[in-house]
Design a binder for this molecule. Structure first.
Ligand code: ZN
Length: 406
């Protein structure tokens, strides 16, 4: 049996006055998600543990069966894997942006006026060596890039140069412990900051941008240091299960690569409000021919929650629900719908409450829940599980996880 795991990011919410005390999911028209609940089993999921507010990174690791306490090494390596940079054990990885600074290194714009590409910037620094440390810098979407430091005696225990605000100076990277490795890494990074300004400042691209009244991309900003430590793949952990990922956002592609999934390139999958869900669902169906588990990530619900826009979040839930119609009734396929965490529109950021979960497919013990919502699913037969339980359930039901004992 195969499986499709649909994660609607930040889907969970709190009761809202504008929806007469219902959550966004409860207020939205979701006939297809309701069909999964009605023909399957439902419950709630704490992606980490009750009362813990999960990040999108730690929650996805747990959902894919890796305990983040052991396998989470910061955001950097996951972002860099999302860019598609092949990593070696021990590489120090960062999320990075090209930004705009004044001559005195005061930040005018962290995204260089949302510069369309960093490809030319990356070419100027990629492959450079600083104190024997190799700098790897590859372009990602828009103003973003993936930064890797490769060499001996490096540490992820360093700060950042990106203050995450404008009108202040680029930060000096500080070692966060008193080891020689942290001191060396900080020194290399501070030299890299200076070198980026020196190399970017006089780029023809920037002269052209300034002439057009645009902000120049003249500084490399970075944050989220983490060491790449490989993890056992889904295939190794679940009896040869081959998994693929359909996602728009770089972080989710990175997490998928980290757990050994094939990341499929889907045209129109942007990770934004305009993402082409039809194309994504089509890609999921195609991938089922070659893979056992397909992870479908849909991001817009989280973005609308962070934008504190209940009407938009509801619209996005309904858009997701319509797309999911294309996955109903697949033969020999377990269909799982859930989220990674709650992002209440009233807060604009993640919160701790568990999320709705429903799964349907041959052999599932169907319960009495007929509507997919936080409070309806709370009455379901799966009760309340943790993220780390989900892959065990999926792998056991699809026959990839064998008897424990004899
Ligand atoms: Zn998330």
């Amino acid at each position: 049996m195969k499986a499709v795991l649909i994660i609607m990011d930040g889907l969970g919410d709190r009761p809202l006055d504008e929806f007469k005390g219902k959550t966004v999911l409860e207020a939205a028209a979701t006939p297809n998600l309701d069909k999964i609940a009605a023909s399957g089993i439902s419950g709630l999921m704490d992606s980490i543990a009750p009362g813990v507010t999960p990040g999108s990174d730690t929650s996805h690791l747990a959902i894919f069966g890796l305990d983040p306490e052991e396998h989470y090494h910061g955001r950097g390596p996951l972002e860099v894997l999302g860019v598609g940079i092949p990593l070696k054990h021990g590489d120090i990885c960062f999320r990075s942006n090209v930004g705009t600074v004044d001559d005195d290194m005061t930040i005018k714009d962290r995204r260089a006026g949302r510069i369309e590409s960093t490809a030319e910037h990356c070419r100027l620094l990629d492959g450079t060596k600083i104190d024997g440390v190799e700098i790897i810098l590859k372009p990602s979407a828009w103003y973003r890039a993936g930064l890797v430091l490769r060499g001996k005696g490096l540490s992820p225990n360093v700060g950042k140069n990106d203050p995450k605000e404008t009108g202040v100076k680029v930060m000096k990277v500080k070692p966060l412990d008193d080891t020689p490795a942290a001191a060396k890494t900080a020194k290399v990074l501070n030299k890299l900051t200076e070198l980026s300004y020196k190399k970017f400042r006089d780029m023809p691209l920037n002269k052209k941008r300034v002439a057009e009244g645009k902000l120049p991309g003249n500084i490399l900003l970075f944050r989220g240091a983490g060491r790449f430590v490989p993890a056992p793949s889904l295939e190794e952990r679940y009896g040869g299960m081959k998994a693929a990922c359909v996602a728009g956002g770089g972080l989710y592609k990175g997490i998928a690569r980290y757990v050994g999934m094939d990341v499929l390139d889907v045209k129109g999958a942007t990770g934004r409000y305009d993402s082409d869900y039809g194309a994504k669902v089509k890609a999921v169906k195609e991938a089922l021919k070659t893979h056992d588990l397909i992870f479908l990530h849909l991001k817009a619900t989280d973005s609308a929650g962070e934008d504190m826009n209940p009407a938009l979040k509801k619209e996005m839930v309904e858009k997701m629900d319509s797309a999911i119609a294309g996955l109903l009734g697949l033969k020999d396929c377990l269909l799982v719908a859930t989220s990674d965490h709650t992002t209440p529109c009233s807060l604009g950021h993640h919160s701790y409450e568990p999320v709705a979960l429903a799964m349907a497919g041959d052999g599932i013990r169907v319960d009495d829940v007929v509507k997919f919502g936080e409070r309806t699913c709370a009455k379901g037969g799966l009760h309340r599980i943790r993220g780390l339980d989900l892959m065990n359930i999926i792998a056991s039901h699809t026959g990839f996880k064998k008897l424990y004992g004899a």
